[in-house]
Design a protein around this ligand. Structure first.
Ligand SMILES: NC(=O)c1ccc[n+]([C@@H]2O[C@H](COP(=O)([O-])OP(=O)(O)OC[C@H]3O[C@@H](n4cnc5c(N)ncnc54)[C@H](O)[C@@H]3O)[C@@H](O)[C@H]2O)c1
Length: 287
C-alpha cells in the first residue's frame, strides 16, 4: 500500500485518466475526493468505487476548477471529510478552442485558459495553503501535455495553456520546495479517453495504437502509474519535473526512419560509417 493514510484530491476524476488515477490511488490505500464539473459521471464514479468496497474512502465534490470559491470549498470539504490533504492532482481539462489562429475568439481563448491554466493555478494555490498549514509536506501533480512541448501536438490555445502549466509547475516547485511540497507535471501523449475519442473508442484505440513507437494505444492507466509514482514517497526529491508518458512519441522527433527507411532505423538495409564532407570514402556494407 504505497498511499496508506494519504488523502488525495483528483480534479477531472470522473473520467479518463483522472478516473483511472482515482482507482489506482484507492487500490493503494488513499482516501480520494473526486472533484469534477460533471455530476452524472461523478455519481457513476462513486457508484463504481462503492461497488468495489471503497465507500468509506471516496467522496465526490462538484467543482468548476476555474472558480476560486469552488477550489477553496473543495479543499475545505476534503479537510472536514478526511482530516488532511496530502496529494493534489490538478488534472481536469477540455479541448477548448479549436480552429485556425485567425478565427480564434477571445472568448474561446479565455475559456481554455480558465479551465486549463487558471484551474491549475488555483489548485496549486489552495493545496499549498492547506499543506503548508499542516506542515507535513505534500505532492502536487499537474496534467500538462506533449502539446505544451511542441508546436503541432494539439490546438493552438490548448498548447499555450499546457505550456503555461509546465511553467507554473517549475516556478511553484521552487517556491514550495522549502515546505517539502513537491510539484510535478505529467505530459501525456495520445491517450484514448472520452476527451480524445469523440464517442468512438474502438476507432480511436486502433488509430492511437499506431501513433507512436510503442505498439499499443495509450490508456488512462498509463497516466495513473506515473501519477502514483509522483504521489508516493518513491518520488521524494523529484520536483519541478515534467514526466512525458507518450510511448516514445516525442522521442521519435522527425521520424527519419519512417522517411528514409532504407538507411535509418531497425529496417535499414545498410550498416557502417559515413564520413560526410571529409573527402574520406564511406565504409558501408549491405545487409
Ligand atoms: N487524452 C489525451 O490524449 C490527453 C493528452 C494530453 C493531455 N490530456 C489532458 O489530460 C487531462 C485529463 O483528460 P482526459 O483525456 O482524461 O479527458 P476526460 O474528458 O476523459 O476527463 C476530463 C475530466 O475533466 C472534467 N472537467 C472539464 N472541465 C472541468 C472544470 N472546469 N472543472 C472541473 N472538471 C472539469 C470533465 O468533466 C472530465 O470528467 C486534461 O487536462 C487533458 O487536457 C489529455
Amino acid at each position: 500500500m504505497r498511499l496508506a493514510n494519504r488523502v488525495a484530491i483528483i480534479t477531472g476524476g470522473a473520467s479518463g485518466m483522472g478516473l483511472a488515477s482515482v482507482f489506482r490511488y484507492l487500490d493503494e490505500g488513499a482516501c480520494v475526493v473526486v472533484a469534477d464539473f460533471n455530476e452524472t459521471t461523478g455519481a457513476a464514479a462513486i457508484a463504481a468505487a462503492t461497488a468495489k468496497g471503497y465507500a468509506d474512502q471516496v467522496s465526490f465534490f462538484r467543482t468548476d476548477v476555474a472558480s476560486e470559491d469552488d477550489i477553496a470549498n473543495l479543499v475545505d470539504h476534503t479537510l472536514s471529510r478526511f482530516g488532511q490533504l496530502d496529494i493534489m492532482f490538478n488534472n481536469a481539462g477540455v479541448g477548448g478552442a479549436i480552429g485556425p489562429l485567425t478565427e480564434t475568439t477571445v472568448a474561446s481563448w479565455d475559456y481554455t485558459f480558465d479551465v486549463l491554466a487558471k484551474g491549475v493555478f488555483l489548485g496549486i494555490k489552495h493545496a499549498a495553503i492547506a499543506m503548508r498549514a499542516a506542515g507535513k509536506g505534500g505532492s502536487i501533480i499537474n496534467t500538462a501535455s506533449i502539446a505544451g512541448l511542441s508546436g503541432d501536438a494539439g490546438p493552438l490555445v490548448y498548447s499555450a495553456a499546457k505550456a503555461a502549466v509546465i511553467s507554473l509547475t517549475r516556478s511553484s516547485a521552487v517556491e514550495l520546495a522549502p515546505d517539502k511540497i513537491k510539484v510535478n507535471a505529467i505530459c501525456p501523449g495520445f491517450i484514448a479517453t472520452p476527451l480524445a475519442d469523440g464517442g468512438n473508442p474502438e476507432a480511436t484505440q486502433a488509430k492511437f495504437a499506431t501513433s507512436q513507437p510503442w505498439p499499443d494505444y495509450g490508456r488512462g492507466e498509463h497516466i495513473a502509474g506515473a501519477a502514483l509514482f509522483l504521489a508516493s514517497d518513491d518520488s521524494e526529491f523529484v520536483t519541478g519535473e515534467e514526466i512525458v508518458v507518450d510511448g516514445g512519441l516525442t522521442a521519435a522527433g522527425p521520424e527519419l526512419s519512417r522517411k528514409m527507411p532504407k538507411t535509418s532505423g531497425r529496417n535499414a538495409r545498410v550498416s557502417g560509417i559515413t564520413k560526410g564532407s571529409t573527402g574520406e570514402p564511406p565504409e558501408v556494407k549491405r545487409l
